[in-house]
Design a protein around this ligand. Sequence first.
Ligand code: ADP
Length: 322
Amino acid sequence: MRLGVLTSGGDAPGMNAAIRAVVRQADALGHEVYGIYRGYQGLLESDWAPLATRSCANILQRGGTILRTARCPELHHPERRAEAAAKLRKVGIEALVVIGGDGSFRAAEALHREHGIACAGIPGTIDNDLPGTDRTLGFDTALNTAVEAIDRIRDTASSHGRLFLVEVMGRSSGMLAVHTAIACGAEAVLYPESPNDTYESLVSQLHANWIRGKRSSIVVVAEGDGVGNAVGVGERLKRDYGLDLRVVVLGHVQRGGSPSALDRIWGSRWGSEAVRRLVAGERAFYLGEVGGVLAVQPMARILDPHPVPPKDLGALVSVLAR
Ligand code: ADP
């Protein structure tokens, strides 16, 4: 059997571990893998090549994706998906492993529903915002990267008695922000799914901390929070209260770096499982982890609502900031 593997959407540490496992598990079972470069864009351009098991040497510990990735708005059009399916058939790729996030899985779901292409999804996004899995590749690494960066900021914040607003990634998901805030002992967190955390409530929280004698604070802001991004919130605080604050946007440093052990382990397990299920004849599913156990979801589950960060975590940030 000839399988195809692609990485799509935002890159995430751990994707290479999954690619390696796909190639080597297929090899162990006597199947062949084509690497498709630059996600669905490369698929439309027939930009692919066979991936030998030796070509995956020394990639387990590397961030990013050796297959590169891209966004491909054209795939939203049904006629382009028909073209993609025809190209796969022509080259003899019978099943596709898609490593990516919500958008990438939606594309896979459509390719299967409309054209019968067998697809396996491996969750790869630092946002950890897919239904049916507690984990996505890259989240654990990005979380640790953000925490390490904020620990450094904490040193200078407390030395100067300053307020820092630190923006983390997560345009529509507060998962990274909330977990980062707990792990670095932030004084407050702002994220998109938390409509009660307003500018006013942030101000009263910071004020309460000041009264308690806290002279430095760190506020974690998700890039897509409901109040405005970190720069916007910072400007408003400066204008309204003349605060001597600093804004740090962590940006793409969170995406890079060597994957954590957990991201390598799950990338390896999911890569292997995807191949074993596809060669056994399964057609449209994605993998996940639920309660520490490997889980399998029907691909259509990607259309379910996104998980939101556990409410108690947001509340815990302010309790622990006393
Ligand atoms: P992620 O997979 O990280 O969520 P994107 O949302 O950018 O990243 O999606 C990756 C790619 O998947 C898009 O560039 C597009 O080619 C394809 N895609 C996204 N959403 C859909 C959709 N609803 N239907 C078909 N293809 C889609």
